[in-house]
Design a protein around this ligand. Structure first.
Ligand SMILES: *Cc1c(COP(=O)(O)O)cnc(C)c1O
Length: 388
């Protein structure tokens, strides 16, 4: 791997200190840019969103709210209550509004479910998104199911079902596609898992990245919402942050049994949304918006495939199979992931994520997000240069 000069090394040391002070979620690109103005950041390959979708949303927001002068109303007044926004998306999802809970981002729904419905034992597959084990109640025991490196971190279904049954757990979490590896359980296998695990109180299915997965050549959306009607222990959690590129407005929803939704609403989740999030949900169910969104969703998936293909040509790394918009990359040249992230940032202005804080990963790993076509070219060229 390419070495840094003295000036670059000093910058590298500062980045290291910033990272150490930020816990299990990487410091945002704003924090880095603010604290280290001498750094030229060109590409944020740490954040996992579809940049074309952000552009689409921004165009509508400008036309509908800013140019029309309606932005004031959105900021000045309360948004609709939880159940009213649930009603807006119910028809689109073909799910009763009473089964839908709107969250201030998926993270609020995760917290609510962990604290209200999960019992004594929860099974979490690792490596994973850390919130599912960090935010459990003190009296919930977390059991880890290790995804195997030799299976490329794909879920071994029979071994998993046996593990869950033997464990006497009441709840499980499945993130599909999984973060940080992009491993995907197809619809048929998912249905099989649900059939085998009907006895559980809660099956939490986090579909924050499902819009990037596909099962046919047309990249059609995989839709699992209707499974809920058959499996009432299912809790589907959907963030809008990644696929629509709108993490800043905090939009997410959960699909769960009516008594669960009712008990959450009874607990004070009333206006736990925002005017901008309500605006998004009302736009989200419009045919014209969805038609445009579908085009860019598919364009982004196909560009992402090209990107993974380019990365996989680099000898010194291994790119794990991903059905999401990020790839888990293992460094095979004896360098450390911290070293890689720093060099990418200092030399090329590209922000990537180390995975050395992720439990259940054995080796040196980084996670690299797919961005616009041009940005992906910058990333893959920089990596080719780095590993020359
Ligand atoms: C990012 C992420 C979330 C959080 O989504 P928000 O809607 O932004 O709160 C939830 N689950 C997974 C797996 C994620 O990667």
């Amino acid at each position: 791997m390419i070495e840094l000069n003295e000036q670059e090394k000093r910058l590298a040391a500062k980045i290291k200190r910033l990272k150490e002070s930020s816990g299990s979620h990487s410091p945002s690109i704003f924090t880095i840019a603010q604290k280290l103005p001498e750094l030229q950041i060109k590409v944020d390959a740490c954040f996992l969103s579809n940049p074309y979708a952000t552009e689409l949303f921004l165009n509508y927001l400008k036309k509908d709210l800013i140019d029309s002068g309606k932005l004031r109303d959105v900021l000045e007044f309360y948004p609709s209550q939880n159940s009213v926004i649930a009603d807006v998306i119910a028809q689109y999802l073909n799910i009763d509004a009473e089964n839908i809970f709107i969250g201030n981002g998926a993270i609020e729904i995760i917290q609510a479910v962990l604290h209200n419905f999960v019992g004594k034992k929860l099974i979490v597959n690792i490596p994973t998104f850390s919130s599912y084990y960090e935010f459990v109640r003190a009296d919930t025991q977390v059991l880890y199911f290790q995804l195997l490196k030799e299976k490329q971190y794909a879920l071994d279904i029979e071994r998993y079902i046996k593990f869950v049954k033997d464990s006497k757990a009441d709840s499980i979490v499945i993130i599909n596609p999984n973060n940080p590896d992009g491993g995907y359980i197809n619809y048929e296998n998912l249905r099989y898992i649900l059939t085998e695990l009907k006895h559980l109180s809660n099956i939490i299915l986090d579909e924050s990245f499902i819009h990037f997965a596909y099962e046919n050549k047309q990249y059609d959306l995989v839709q699992t919402e209707q499974l809920f009607k058959e499996f009432p222990n299912l809790i589907i959690i959907k963030s809008m942050s990644k696929d629509f590129g709108i993490a800043g407005i905090r939009s997410g929803y959960g699909i769960m049994s009516k008594d669960k939704v009712a008990s959450l609403l009874h607990n004070g989740y009333l206006w736990n949304s925002s005017g901008l999030s309500e605006y998004f949900f009302r736009l989200y169910v419009q045919k014209y918006f969805l038609q445009e969104y579908e085009k860019i969703r598919k364009k982004y998936i196909s560009q992402t495939q090209v990107f993974y293909n380019n990365l996989s040509k680099i000898q010194a790394i291994k790119v794990y199979p991903s059905m999401s918009n990020f790839a888990l990359v293992e460094l095979l040249d004896k360098s450390t992931s911290a070293d890689f992230v720093t060099k990418m940032l200092v030399k090329y202005g590209i922000y990537t994520r180390t995975c050395n804080d992720k439990i259940g990963l054995d080796g040196e790993f980084v996670r690299i997000a797919s961005r616009t076509y041009e940005e992906n070219e910058i990333i893959s060229n920089a990596m080719k240069d780095l590993f020359l």
